[in-house]
Design a protein around this ligand. Structure first.
Ligand code: ADP
Ligand code: MG
Length: 290
Protein backbone atom coordinates (compact mmCIF):
# COMPACT_ATOMS: atom_id res chain seq x y z
CA UNK A 1 0.00 0.00 0.00
CA UNK A 2 1.12 3.58 -0.68
CA UNK A 3 2.79 5.44 2.19
CA UNK A 4 0.44 7.91 3.87
CA UNK A 5 2.68 10.82 3.02
CA UNK A 6 2.21 10.18 -0.70
CA UNK A 7 -1.54 10.23 -0.36
CA UNK A 8 -1.23 13.48 1.51
CA UNK A 9 1.11 14.90 -1.13
CA UNK A 10 -1.34 13.99 -3.86
CA UNK A 11 -4.11 15.95 -2.13
CA UNK A 12 -1.88 18.97 -1.77
CA UNK A 13 -0.82 18.74 -5.40
CA UNK A 14 -4.45 18.61 -6.54
CA UNK A 15 -5.17 21.81 -4.61
CA UNK A 16 -2.50 23.50 -6.72
CA UNK A 17 -3.89 22.15 -9.96
CA UNK A 18 -1.35 19.33 -10.25
CA UNK A 19 -2.62 15.81 -10.81
CA UNK A 20 -0.11 13.06 -9.98
CA UNK A 21 -1.34 9.98 -11.81
CA UNK A 22 0.81 7.45 -9.95
CA UNK A 23 2.82 7.13 -6.75
CA UNK A 24 5.83 6.41 -8.98
CA UNK A 25 5.51 9.90 -10.43
CA UNK A 26 6.49 11.36 -7.03
CA UNK A 27 9.47 9.02 -6.74
CA UNK A 28 10.73 9.91 -10.21
CA UNK A 29 10.02 13.63 -10.03
CA UNK A 30 12.03 14.34 -6.90
CA UNK A 31 15.14 12.88 -8.57
CA UNK A 32 14.85 14.87 -11.81
CA UNK A 33 18.01 16.65 -13.06
CA UNK A 34 16.79 18.30 -16.26
CA UNK A 35 13.45 19.72 -17.36
CA UNK A 36 12.79 19.84 -21.10
CA UNK A 37 10.07 22.27 -22.21
CA UNK A 38 8.14 22.14 -25.46
CA UNK A 39 7.76 25.65 -26.86
CA UNK A 40 4.36 26.07 -28.47
CA UNK A 41 1.51 25.83 -25.99
CA UNK A 42 3.89 25.11 -23.11
CA UNK A 43 6.29 28.03 -22.64
CA UNK A 44 4.05 30.13 -24.89
CA UNK A 45 0.29 30.67 -24.64
CA UNK A 46 -0.24 28.50 -27.70
CA UNK A 47 -2.58 31.07 -29.24
CA UNK A 48 -0.55 32.56 -32.10
CA UNK A 49 -1.99 35.35 -34.20
CA UNK A 50 -1.10 36.55 -37.70
CA UNK A 51 1.11 39.64 -37.32
CA UNK A 52 2.55 40.30 -40.81
CA UNK A 53 1.96 39.38 -44.45
CA UNK A 54 4.62 39.31 -47.14
CA UNK A 55 2.71 38.90 -50.42
CA UNK A 56 4.86 37.60 -53.30
CA UNK A 57 2.91 36.12 -56.26
CA UNK A 58 -0.53 37.01 -54.85
CA UNK A 59 -2.28 39.94 -53.16
CA UNK A 60 -2.47 39.87 -49.35
CA UNK A 61 -6.19 39.01 -49.68
CA UNK A 62 -5.56 36.09 -52.06
CA UNK A 63 -2.64 34.85 -49.97
CA UNK A 64 -4.78 34.77 -46.81
CA UNK A 65 -7.79 33.24 -48.60
CA UNK A 66 -5.80 30.36 -50.10
CA UNK A 67 -3.74 29.72 -46.95
CA UNK A 68 -6.87 29.69 -44.77
CA UNK A 69 -8.72 27.41 -47.22
CA UNK A 70 -6.04 24.74 -46.72
CA UNK A 71 -5.53 25.39 -42.99
CA UNK A 72 -9.28 24.96 -42.36
CA UNK A 73 -8.58 21.21 -42.34
CA UNK A 74 -5.89 21.43 -39.63
CA UNK A 75 -6.15 21.53 -35.83
CA UNK A 76 -2.68 23.06 -35.46
CA UNK A 77 -2.61 26.35 -33.46
CA UNK A 78 -0.91 28.09 -36.41
CA UNK A 79 -3.68 26.85 -38.71
CA UNK A 80 -6.38 28.12 -36.35
CA UNK A 81 -4.74 31.54 -36.27
CA UNK A 82 -4.75 31.76 -40.08
CA UNK A 83 -8.41 30.69 -40.33
CA UNK A 84 -9.40 33.12 -37.55
CA UNK A 85 -7.72 36.01 -39.39
CA UNK A 86 -9.69 35.14 -42.54
CA UNK A 87 -12.95 35.01 -40.55
CA UNK A 88 -12.09 38.30 -38.88
CA UNK A 89 -11.88 39.89 -42.34
CA UNK A 90 -15.13 38.26 -43.44
CA UNK A 91 -13.44 36.13 -46.11
CA UNK A 92 -15.47 33.16 -47.39
CA UNK A 93 -13.17 30.14 -47.72
CA UNK A 94 -13.24 28.09 -50.93
CA UNK A 95 -13.59 24.35 -50.35
CA UNK A 96 -10.44 22.31 -51.00
CA UNK A 97 -10.02 18.63 -51.90
CA UNK A 98 -7.56 15.96 -50.81
CA UNK A 99 -6.45 17.70 -47.60
CA UNK A 100 -3.31 16.21 -46.08
CA UNK A 101 -1.43 17.20 -42.89
CA UNK A 102 2.30 16.53 -42.48
CA UNK A 103 3.00 16.81 -38.71
CA UNK A 104 5.77 19.26 -37.87
CA UNK A 105 5.84 20.51 -41.46
CA UNK A 106 2.57 21.78 -42.87
CA UNK A 107 -0.51 21.01 -44.91
CA UNK A 108 -1.44 20.31 -48.54
CA UNK A 109 -4.66 20.30 -50.57
CA UNK A 110 -6.04 20.83 -54.06
CA UNK A 111 -8.22 23.70 -55.20
CA UNK A 112 -9.73 23.45 -58.68
CA UNK A 113 -6.78 21.43 -59.97
CA UNK A 114 -4.14 23.70 -58.37
CA UNK A 115 -1.83 22.16 -55.77
CA UNK A 116 -1.71 24.27 -52.60
CA UNK A 117 0.86 23.91 -49.81
CA UNK A 118 1.19 25.80 -46.52
CA UNK A 119 3.91 25.18 -43.97
CA UNK A 120 7.39 25.96 -42.73
CA UNK A 121 9.76 27.44 -45.34
CA UNK A 122 12.05 24.41 -44.90
CA UNK A 123 9.17 22.05 -45.68
CA UNK A 124 8.12 23.99 -48.78
CA UNK A 125 11.77 24.26 -49.87
CA UNK A 126 12.03 20.46 -49.63
CA UNK A 127 9.02 20.36 -52.00
CA UNK A 128 10.90 22.51 -54.51
CA UNK A 129 9.60 26.02 -53.70
CA UNK A 130 12.24 28.73 -54.23
CA UNK A 131 12.74 31.08 -51.25
CA UNK A 132 16.04 32.72 -52.20
CA UNK A 133 14.64 36.26 -52.82
CA UNK A 134 12.71 36.16 -49.50
CA UNK A 135 15.39 34.62 -47.25
CA UNK A 136 16.59 37.90 -45.69
CA UNK A 137 12.99 38.90 -44.85
CA UNK A 138 12.34 35.45 -43.33
CA UNK A 139 15.48 35.71 -41.16
CA UNK A 140 14.46 39.16 -39.97
CA UNK A 141 10.94 38.06 -38.97
CA UNK A 142 12.19 34.87 -37.28
CA UNK A 143 14.77 36.71 -35.19
CA UNK A 144 11.87 38.74 -33.73
CA UNK A 145 10.50 35.46 -32.38
CA UNK A 146 7.89 35.15 -35.11
CA UNK A 147 7.06 31.88 -36.83
CA UNK A 148 7.07 32.30 -40.59
CA UNK A 149 4.88 30.04 -42.69
CA UNK A 150 4.68 30.11 -46.45
CA UNK A 151 2.00 29.34 -49.00
CA UNK A 152 2.63 28.02 -52.51
CA UNK A 153 0.47 27.19 -55.53
CA UNK A 154 1.81 24.65 -58.01
CA UNK A 155 5.28 25.12 -56.55
CA UNK A 156 5.23 28.92 -56.83
CA UNK A 157 5.63 30.99 -53.64
CA UNK A 158 2.43 33.02 -53.06
CA UNK A 159 3.80 34.73 -49.98
CA UNK A 160 4.64 34.56 -46.29
CA UNK A 161 2.64 34.88 -43.10
CA UNK A 162 4.40 35.72 -39.82
CA UNK A 163 2.67 34.57 -36.65
CA UNK A 164 3.42 35.58 -33.07
CA UNK A 165 2.69 33.76 -29.83
CA UNK A 166 3.13 35.36 -26.39
CA UNK A 167 5.29 33.86 -23.64
CA UNK A 168 3.38 32.61 -20.62
CA UNK A 169 3.79 35.21 -17.86
CA UNK A 170 5.38 32.81 -15.34
CA UNK A 171 7.73 31.01 -17.77
CA UNK A 172 10.92 32.98 -17.05
CA UNK A 173 10.45 32.91 -13.28
CA UNK A 174 9.84 29.15 -13.35
CA UNK A 175 13.04 28.55 -15.31
CA UNK A 176 15.02 30.79 -12.93
CA UNK A 177 13.70 28.89 -9.89
CA UNK A 178 14.50 25.51 -11.46
CA UNK A 179 18.10 26.67 -11.94
CA UNK A 180 18.21 27.81 -8.30
CA UNK A 181 17.19 24.26 -7.34
CA UNK A 182 20.11 22.91 -9.40
CA UNK A 183 17.88 21.62 -12.19
CA UNK A 184 19.04 22.18 -15.78
CA UNK A 185 16.64 23.27 -18.55
CA UNK A 186 16.17 22.70 -22.28
CA UNK A 187 13.77 23.89 -24.94
CA UNK A 188 12.65 21.51 -27.68
CA UNK A 189 10.58 22.64 -30.64
CA UNK A 190 9.69 21.92 -34.22
CA UNK A 191 9.90 25.65 -34.85
CA UNK A 192 12.86 27.39 -36.54
CA UNK A 193 16.23 28.12 -34.83
CA UNK A 194 15.86 31.90 -34.76
CA UNK A 195 12.42 31.96 -33.12
CA UNK A 196 13.53 29.17 -30.74
CA UNK A 197 16.62 31.16 -29.71
CA UNK A 198 14.54 34.31 -29.21
CA UNK A 199 12.24 32.46 -26.78
CA UNK A 200 15.08 30.57 -25.08
CA UNK A 201 16.82 33.88 -24.31
CA UNK A 202 13.58 35.48 -23.15
CA UNK A 203 12.91 32.68 -20.62
CA UNK A 204 16.55 31.92 -19.77
CA UNK A 205 16.54 28.27 -20.85
CA UNK A 206 20.11 26.93 -21.08
CA UNK A 207 19.91 24.77 -24.19
CA UNK A 208 17.80 24.78 -27.38
CA UNK A 209 16.88 22.03 -29.81
CA UNK A 210 15.04 23.56 -32.80
CA UNK A 211 13.50 22.00 -35.92
CA UNK A 212 12.90 18.74 -34.07
CA UNK A 213 10.17 16.86 -35.93
CA UNK A 214 7.46 15.27 -33.77
CA UNK A 215 8.83 11.78 -34.50
CA UNK A 216 12.32 12.89 -33.37
CA UNK A 217 11.33 14.40 -30.02
CA UNK A 218 11.38 11.06 -28.13
CA UNK A 219 14.82 10.22 -29.56
CA UNK A 220 16.08 13.64 -28.44
CA UNK A 221 14.80 12.94 -24.91
CA UNK A 222 16.54 9.55 -24.96
CA UNK A 223 19.80 11.30 -25.89
CA UNK A 224 19.44 13.79 -23.04
CA UNK A 225 18.81 10.84 -20.70
CA UNK A 226 22.39 9.68 -21.28
CA UNK A 227 23.45 12.71 -19.20
CA UNK A 228 20.57 13.21 -16.76
CA UNK A 229 17.19 12.12 -15.44
CA UNK A 230 14.73 14.06 -17.55
CA UNK A 231 11.24 15.47 -17.11
CA UNK A 232 9.47 16.54 -20.30
CA UNK A 233 6.81 19.26 -20.19
CA UNK A 234 4.55 19.37 -23.22
CA UNK A 235 1.03 19.78 -24.43
CA UNK A 236 0.33 18.61 -27.95
CA UNK A 237 -0.61 15.27 -29.38
CA UNK A 238 2.81 15.47 -31.07
CA UNK A 239 4.53 15.36 -27.68
CA UNK A 240 3.03 12.04 -26.52
CA UNK A 241 6.03 9.79 -27.39
CA UNK A 242 8.47 12.26 -25.77
CA UNK A 243 6.30 12.46 -22.63
CA UNK A 244 6.37 8.66 -22.40
CA UNK A 245 10.12 8.44 -23.00
CA UNK A 246 11.02 10.87 -20.20
CA UNK A 247 11.38 9.68 -16.58
CA UNK A 248 8.49 12.04 -15.86
CA UNK A 249 6.06 13.29 -18.49
CA UNK A 250 4.28 16.48 -17.46
CA UNK A 251 1.34 17.57 -19.63
CA UNK A 252 -0.85 20.62 -19.68
CA UNK A 253 -4.28 19.04 -19.62
CA UNK A 254 -7.27 20.67 -21.23
CA UNK A 255 -9.54 17.78 -22.09
CA UNK A 256 -9.51 14.35 -23.68
CA UNK A 257 -6.02 14.88 -25.02
CA UNK A 258 -3.69 12.06 -26.05
CA UNK A 259 -0.85 13.83 -24.21
CA UNK A 260 -2.71 13.27 -20.92
CA UNK A 261 -2.68 9.50 -21.42
CA UNK A 262 1.08 9.62 -21.94
CA UNK A 263 1.94 11.77 -18.91
CA UNK A 264 2.55 10.89 -15.24
CA UNK A 265 1.77 14.41 -14.09
CA UNK A 266 -1.04 16.63 -15.39
CA UNK A 267 -1.15 20.40 -14.89
CA UNK A 268 -4.77 21.51 -14.85
CA UNK A 269 -4.45 25.28 -14.51
CA UNK A 270 -2.13 26.23 -17.40
CA UNK A 271 0.51 27.66 -15.04
CA UNK A 272 4.14 26.81 -15.94
CA UNK A 273 5.04 27.31 -12.28
CA UNK A 274 2.91 24.25 -11.42
CA UNK A 275 6.05 22.29 -12.43
CA UNK A 276 7.76 23.83 -9.36
CA UNK A 277 4.77 22.97 -7.15
CA UNK A 278 4.83 19.36 -8.33
CA UNK A 279 8.58 19.13 -7.71
CA UNK A 280 8.36 20.73 -4.25
CA UNK A 281 5.54 18.41 -3.23
CA UNK A 282 7.44 15.33 -4.43
CA UNK A 283 10.44 16.39 -2.30
CA UNK A 284 8.24 17.16 0.69
CA UNK A 285 6.36 13.84 0.45
CA UNK A 286 9.66 11.99 0.34
CA UNK A 287 10.95 13.71 3.47
CA UNK A 288 7.73 12.86 5.29
CA UNK A 289 8.18 9.20 4.38
CA UNK A 290 11.63 8.65 5.94
P1 ADP B 1 6.11 22.88 -31.87
O1 ADP B 1 7.17 21.85 -31.63
O2 ADP B 1 6.62 24.26 -31.61
O3 ADP B 1 4.85 22.58 -31.10
P2 ADP B 1 5.18 21.69 -34.44
O4 ADP B 1 6.08 20.50 -34.37
O5 ADP B 1 3.74 21.47 -34.22
O6 ADP B 1 5.73 22.88 -33.47
O7 ADP B 1 5.37 22.39 -35.86
C1 ADP B 1 6.66 22.76 -36.32
C2 ADP B 1 6.58 23.70 -37.50
O8 ADP B 1 5.95 23.05 -38.62
C3 ADP B 1 5.76 24.95 -37.25
O9 ADP B 1 6.51 25.96 -36.63
C4 ADP B 1 5.36 25.33 -38.67
O10 ADP B 1 6.40 25.99 -39.33
C5 ADP B 1 5.17 23.99 -39.35
N1 ADP B 1 3.76 23.53 -39.32
C6 ADP B 1 3.24 22.45 -38.70
N2 ADP B 1 1.91 22.34 -38.91
C7 ADP B 1 1.56 23.41 -39.66
C8 ADP B 1 0.32 23.89 -40.23
N3 ADP B 1 -0.85 23.27 -40.06
N4 ADP B 1 0.37 25.04 -40.95
C9 ADP B 1 1.53 25.69 -41.14
N5 ADP B 1 2.71 25.30 -40.65
C10 ADP B 1 2.74 24.17 -39.92
MG1 MG C 1 3.62 21.88 -29.43
Amino acid sequence: SAPLSIVRGAGEAAERGVLMRTGEAFQALRRIQRVVFDKTGTLTEGRPAVRHFVPVAASEHELLTLAAAVEAGSEHPLARAVVEEAFRRGIALPEVQGFEAIPGSGVKAFLGGARLMVGSPSFLASEGVNFAPQQARINELESQGLTVIAAARDGELLGLLALGDALRPDAAETVRKLHALGIRTSLITGDNERAALHFARAVGVEEVHARVLPAEKAAMIRKLQERARVAMVGDGINDAPALMQAEVGIAFGSGADIAIESANVIILNRRVSAVLDAYAISRYSYRKMV
